[in-house]
Design a protein around this ligand. Structure first.
Ligand code: C2E
Ligand code: MG
Ligand code: MG
Length: 400
C-alpha cells in the first residue's frame, strides 16, 4: 500500500466526519492510525507515543483546545512532522494558519476546505516527504551548543548544496542557489532552519557565509571545466552586513578563487534585529559597486518589504514560495505574484520564482512573465558534483 508506512492522526470533534476520514485513510492503506476529538486529547495521545506521527489532519474549530493552539504545541514539542488543516473556514483563514504552521517549522501538506474528498486526502498524503525517503536524510535535531556550531565550522561540516535556477522561456540552466547543510557526524544532516537562528545569535554568520562563498566559487570553476558556465546565489543574512569590512572580504574571497563577483548574487534575508541601518546600506552599496548582484529573498514576507526595495540597490526580486504555492488555485496568491512581477519589471529587476512544485505553477508563472524558476518541480538541492549530470538530463517541461 502506498501510504502503509505513514503514521497518521485525525483530530476532529465531529464524530461523523472523523469516522469518515478514518475510513478513507484506512482505504488508502494507512495502518498506524490514531484519532482524537480535540486538541487536548490529541496532545495526550501524542505525548504518550514513542515516535512522532508523520501526518496530522486537524480541524480548526474544536472545543477545549482549538486547532491553532494545537498546531503550535504540536510544533513546539515536535510531536508530528507534518500537518494538513481541514476546516469549514474560509480560505484566507486557512491560509493564515498554514503560514503559521510553516513558521513553526512544520511541513504543511495543505489546507482543505470541508467537505473533504478522497482525492484531496490522497494529494495531501502524497505531498508528505517521509524521512526515510527524503534522500537528504535531514534530521530535526535542535540539541546542539554554541561550541558544537563553532567546532562544526572549524571542522568544515557546513557544506553547500546547490539548487538549479532555470529560464522559464528557454528552459536553460542559468545558475544555482547555494543552500547550506550541516553534516554533523553521528547526527546526520541538519537542515538550515534548525541552526541558522543559532548561528546568527552566536555571531557566527560571517564565517558561515564566507565558507559558503568559497565552496560556491570552487564549484563554479569546477563546473566551468565541464563546460557549464553558471551564475550562483549565496544567502546572506542582514546581520552579516553591519560589519563594514564585509564588502572587501567577500570581494577578496571571490577574486582569490579566480571568480568574478558579477557571477555571484547575494540573496539578502532580513532579520528582526536590524539596528545599524546606515552600515548595512553602506555595505550593500559597496558590494554592488564591486559587481555582486543583490537579490531580495522571500519578497513580500516578514521584513522583505517595499521599504527595503526603495532603499537598497537590488538587482533581483525573488518571489517567496508561499505565494508561488497554489497560485494557480488561489486568486490571492496569483494577484500577489502578478503585482510583484509588475513591480520588478518597473524597477528593472530580474525575477525568480522559488518553490515551483507543479506543472500548473510553472505554466502560470511563465505566462505571467517571470524570468527564472527554482523549485522541486525542476530539481531539489543537490551536492555540487551532481550538477553537471543533472544538467545533461534536464529538459524543460515543454520539451518532454
Ligand atoms: P531560501 O533562501 O528562501 O531558500 C529556499 C528554501 O526553499 C530552501 O530550503 C530550499 O531547499 C527550499 N525549496 C526549494 N524549492 C522548493 C520547493 O519546490 N518546495 C519547497 N517546499 N521548498 C523548496 P533550505 O535549504 O531548507 O533553506 C531554508 C532557508 O535557510 C533559506 O531559505 C535561507 O533563508 C536559509 N539558508 C540556507 N542556506 C543559508 C546560508 O548559507 N546562509 C544563510 N544566512 N541562510 C541560509
Ligand atoms: Mg535564498
Ligand atoms: Mg527564499
Amino acid at each position: 500500500m502506498e501510504f502503509g508506512n505513514r503514521a497518521v492522526m485525525v483530530v476532529e470533534d465531529h464524530d461523523f466526519q472523523r469516522r469518515m476520514m478514518l475510513r478513507l485513510l484506512k482505504d488508502l492503506g494507512v495502518v498506524d492510525l490514531v484519532e482524537a476529538a480535540n486538541g487536548r486529547e490529541a496532545m495526550e495521545i501524542l505525548t504518550a507515543r514513542a515516535t512522532p506521527v508523520d501526518v496530522v489532519f486537524c480541524d480548526l474549530d474544536m472545543p477545549e483546545m482549538d486547532g491553532i493552539e494545537f498546531i503550535s504545541h504540536l510544533a513546539e514539542k515536535q510531536l508530528a512532522l507534518s500537518v494538513a488543516v481541514v476546516s469549514g473556514m474560509e480560505p484566507s483563514i486557512l491560509n493564515t494558519v498554514e503560514t503559521m504552521a510553516r513558521a513553526y517549522g512544520l511541513q504543511v501538506l495543505g489546507a482543505i476546505v470541508k467537505p473533504l474528498t478522497l482525492q484531496e486526502l490522497t494529494t495531501c498524503l502524497g505531498r508528505y516527504v517521509p524521512r526515510e525517503k527524503d534522500h537528504s536524510g535531514y534530521v530535526a535535531v535542535k540539541e546542539f551548543t554554541p561550541e558544537d556550531l563553532k567546532a562544526g565550522l572549524a571542522r568544515r561540516e557546513f557544506l553547500a548544496f546547490f539548487q538549479p535556477k532555470v529560464s522559464f522561456s528557454t528552459g536553460e540552466l542559468l545558475g544555482v542557489e547555494a543552500l547550506v547543510r550541516w553534516f554533523r557526524p553521528g547526527h546526520g544532516v541538519v537542515t538550515p532552519i534548525y541552526f541558522i537562528p543559532s548561528i546568527e545569535l552566536e555571531g557566527l554568520v560571517v564565517p558561515l557565509t564566507e565558507t559558503l562563498l568559497q565552496q560556491t566559487c570552487a564549484y563554479l570553476l569546477a563546473w566551468q571545466e565541464r563546460g557549464l558556465h553558471l551564475d550562483a546565489s549565496v544567502n546572506v543574512s542582514m546581520l552579516c552586513l553591519s560589519d563594514v569590512s564585509i564588502a572587501d572580504r567577500f570581494n577578496d574571497i571571490v577574486r582569490k578563487a579566480d571568480c568574478d563577483p558579477k557571477r555571484i548574487t547575494l540573496e539578502v534575508t532580513e532579520t528582526e534585529v536590524m539596528s545599524e541601518v546606515a552600515k548595512v546600506l553602506n555595505v550593500l552599496a559597496r558590494l554592488r559597486l564591486k559587481g555582486f548582484g543583490l537579490s531580495i529573498d522571500d519578497f513580500g514576507t516578514g521584513y522583505s518589504s517595499l521599504q527595503q526595495l526603495s532603499n537598497v540597490p537590488f538587482t533581483e526580486l525573488k518571489i517567496d514560495q508561499s505565494f508561488v504555492k497554489d497560485s494557480p488555485e488561489q486568486p490571492r496568491h496569483r494577484t500577489i505574484v502578478q503585482t510583484s512581477l509588475e513591480l520588478a519589471r518597473k524597477l528593472n529587476l530580474k525575477t525568480v520564482a522559488e518553490g515551483v512544485e507543479t506543472r500548473a505553477e510553472w505554466d502560470l508563472l511563465k505566462s505571467l512573465g517571470c524570468e527564472q524558476a527554482q523549485g522541486y518541480f525542476i530539481a531539489r538541492p543537490m551536492p555540487g558534483p551532481q550538477i553537471p549530470d543533472w544538467a545533461q538530463l534536464w529538459q524543460a517541461p515543454e520539451a518532454q
